[in-house]
Design a protein around this ligand. Structure first.
Ligand code: GLN
Length: 275
């Protein structure tokens, strides 16, 4: 007879898993309790015990109203990035009925796809251009678009704006981005679980003496010309980068600049407009 879910959960806890995570794996791999699922469950448990993030083992993770496919090709979506979606929804001009949204460094597609699907619930049909340097990330983002029936998205392999279609220049209503912003030295000190994620999605070179600032600086320098007048950039950043970002934004001509804390009280989200 198949072991009960309860007994199997206890077995995983005895192997060293946290109870909550053990339950999660049982739910994912052993829900029907078929004896044949046992091997899959134990394989998943052993991946977790060797340090791999739960999200990659399960293979999907919630982000706002979406259940996104995630694996080691993309960053695991984070709660502070869900806040960025809220901010972006609040910033989007309500008079624009068919907004054009550019998601720079889209990874799994989390930000852009959440925006399109939440706007759709409000009756707004947004067009998304999802950009990533990584072809692997774009494969995951496309699968997530299909999964959530986002039909108004296109996917562009590009390092920031470098190969984005020139016809978009000056026409974008909203640029959203969660660029890499962790400095190389800082990365060494962070939780080793981050080593399972794509390094290029996390770590950026330093610039102007600011740690992990290179990609953020590029977006601030090039973003304005892609926005339509009145268009807005909403960008995530590291908790030590606020002063550098606000100062750099001023030198580039960004208007109505605000910089918001996340729910843990850390500086996190830059908002700036083209006048
Ligand atoms: N917030 C992420 C972390 O600290 C970093 C994400 C990023 O670099 N964009 O793990």
């Amino acid at each position: 007879m198949a072991a009960t879910n309860h007994a199997v959960t206890a077995e995983l806890v005895a192997l060293g898993l946290e109870r909550r995570e053990a339950r999660w794996l049982v739910e994912e791999f052993y829900l029907g309790g078929e004896p044949s699922a046992r091997a899959d469950l134990l394989a998943a448990a052993s991946r977790r015990l060797s340090g791999e993030p739960l999200q990659y083992i399960i293979g999907h993770w919630p982000f706002r109203s979406l259940d996104l496919d995630v694996d080691a090709r993309v960053l695991i979506p984070r709660p502070e990035t869900e806040e960025l979606v809220d901010v972006a929804l609040g910033e989007l001009d309500r008079d624009v009925v068919t907004p054009l949204i550019l998601d720079l460094g889209c990874g799994s597609g989390a930000i852009g796809l959440a925006l399109v699907s939440e706007l759709r619930q409000r009756g707004v049909v947004a067009t998304l251009v999802a950009v990533d340097e990584s072809a692997d990330a774009l494969t995951v983002a496309k699968a997530n678009a299909r999964k959530h029936q986002v039909l108004t998205a296109s996917f562009v392999q590009s390092s920031w704006f470098s190969t984005v279609d020139a016809s978009l220049r000056g026409n974008v209503d909203l640029i959203v981005s969660n660029p890499p912003y962790v400095g190389g030295d800082d990365f060494e000190l962070l939780d080793p679980v981050l080593r399972y994620e794509p390094l290029g999605a996390l770590v950026a070179p330093d610039r102007h003496g600011h740690t992990g600032f290179d990609d953020i600086a590029t977006i601030l320098e090039q973003g304005l010309e892609w926005l339509r007048p009145g268009g807005v950039l909403v960008m995530e950043h590291g908790d030590q980068q606020r002063d550098a970002i606000v100062a750099h934004a001023a030198t580039q001509g960004w208007q109505n600049v605000r910089d918001l804390d996340d729910l843990s009280g850390h500086p996190r989200i830059f908002v700036g407009r083209r006048s």
